[in-house]
Write a protein that binds this ligand. Structure first.
Ligand code: GDP
Length: 419
């Protein structure tokens, strides 16, 4: 039976909630930029002596031009970030590789991740890495090359190496998810600086636990620190290496029940990141990352995902991993929209409002000036009118006078003649 849930088409993936929102808010900010820039250009074109605009108003609009530019830059770089934590060898790198459907991060014996590794989509189809201590792009063609680069570096355990990977095989990278692998929380004394440097902008945390043992105090303590800095972080718990349970089927349900009970207690009562037990149950999964990775590599090669060389219960575990991915995608995209775009939406509204206020005041002042001008013009016209009338009057009077004079003269002349 083919049990792989058919790969979700791009438009169905919950990640699209973020992808679409990001496109939308970027489009809106382009419009805001045009509006604010046009307003600013208009204001700068007003002659200084016109008294139409104050210095403060000009500063407001000018400041918004810079602010919009900055926000646009941040928005275009925004992504969804998931950080993986756990004890060494619980399988963090293997979980990340399974989600990426490819062996990208080195894992296994002989390799321990001793710095933070962030995997994100590459913009040019090539794979390369940039480490914190230089801006040089180092090409990486293979996992072993990457492992070598990571080992030779003299970076501290809080340092970050960014790995850029082609997105064609990895839907998560294509949809703007960035995955961060961390050194084991059992070996580092720098947990506080880790949190400050790498966790404050993470949308989701995945604790990769080992289902062969119970949650350790080091694992719990780390998440207590995280939740002290972030209000209600989104935490998923993967009980990895669940394939090992297949060898003891008689205890399987009991062990699962115990793990679930303790992990749900941890999320609800101790960490208080989930309000109800049923909400917390949706955050705990029993998986085998190793099996999923192998299955996906087979699938990519066109082989059946279940080659028959797997432990009993593979189908259930594979399905549970896919269930985790679906819930994870839903959670991360909604959370990222809220934390990344909510503030910027409000800010965008305020910027447009401020600019409009300035433009409206400007318009009011301009129309008041025009009204005064036309009033003045009317007075001049009235005056002209009056003068014209005066002239008319004057001419009429003159005519009358002259007529009278002529008549008088005529009269006198005719009288003289008759005398
Ligand atoms: P990390 O140190 O947490 O990153 O752990 P790795 O991903 O490097 O895994 C450590 C070892 O455990 C590797 O040899 C993996 O192949 C193996 N491993 C990882 N996940 C599983 C699993 O689900 N089942 C089994 N049996 N082995 C696993």
């Amino acid at each position: 039976a083919n049990l792989s849930i058919s790969p979700t088409t791009a438009s169905q993936s919950p990640l699209q909630i973020f992808v679409r929102a990001k496109k939308r808010i970027n489009d809106i900010y382009s419009e805001i930029e045009t509006y604010v820039n046009d307003s600013c250009k208009f204001i700068l074109g007003i002659p200084d002596d016109s008294d139409l605009i104050t210095k403060e108003e000009l500063l407001i609009v000018n400041g918004h031009v810079e602010k919009v530019k900055g926000i646009k830059e941040v928005l275009s770089r925004d992504h969804m970030k998931v950080a993986f934590f756990g004890r060494t060898s619980n399988g963090k790198s293997t979980v990340i590789n399974s989600m990426l459907r490819e062996r990208i991060l080195p894992s296994g014996i002989g390799h321990t991740t001793n710095c933070f590794i962030q995997v994100e989509g590459s913009d040019n189809g090539e794979s390369y890495l940039i480490s914190e201590d230089s801006s040089e792009r180092k090409n990486v063609k293979s996992v072993s090359q990457l492992a070598h680069s990571l080992c030779t570096g003299s970076l501290g355990d809080s340092a970050l190496v960014r790995v850029y990977w082609p997105t064609d095989k990895c839907p998560l990278l294509r949809d703007d998810v960035v995955l961060v692998d961390s050194p084991g929380i059992d070996v580092s004394p720098n947990l506080d600086s880790w949190i400050d440097k790498h966790c404050l902008d993470a949308d989701v945390f995945v604790l990769v636990a080992n289902s062969e043992s119970t949650l350790m105090l080091t694992e719990k303590n780390f998440f207590f620190k995280v939740s002290a800095r972030l209000s209600k972080p989104n935490v998923f718990v993967l009980n990895n290496r669940w394939d090992a349970s297949a060898s003891e089927p008689e205890f399987l349900e009991e062990v699962r029940g115990q793990h679930l009970l303790r992990t749900v207690d941890f999320l609800v009562n101790e960490l208080k990141v989930c309000s109800t037990r049923s909400e917390a149950e949706q955050r705990v999964f029993f998986v085998s990352a190793k099996e999923v990775l192998q299955a996906r590599i087979n699938e990519f090669k066109g082989l059946p995902i279940n080659t028959g060389m797997v432990a009993d219960g593979f189908n259930g575990r594979y399905f549970e991993f896919q269930d985790f991915e679906r819930k994870f995608e839903e959670c991360i995209s909604k959370s990222a929209v809220r934390t990344k775009f909510d503030q910027h939406t409000k800010r965008g509204k305020a910027i447009v409002g401020d600019t409009r206020n300035v433009m409206e005041v400007l318009l009011e002042r301009a129309s008041a000036k025009r009204a005064i001008k036309s009033q003045n013009r009317r007075e001049v016209l009235d005056h002209l009118d009056f003068t014209e009338k005066q002239l008319q009057l004057v001419t009429v009077e003159m005519k009358d006078k002259i007529c009278k004079m002529v008549e008088e003269v005529e009269h006198k002349v005719s009288k003289a003649l008759s005398d």
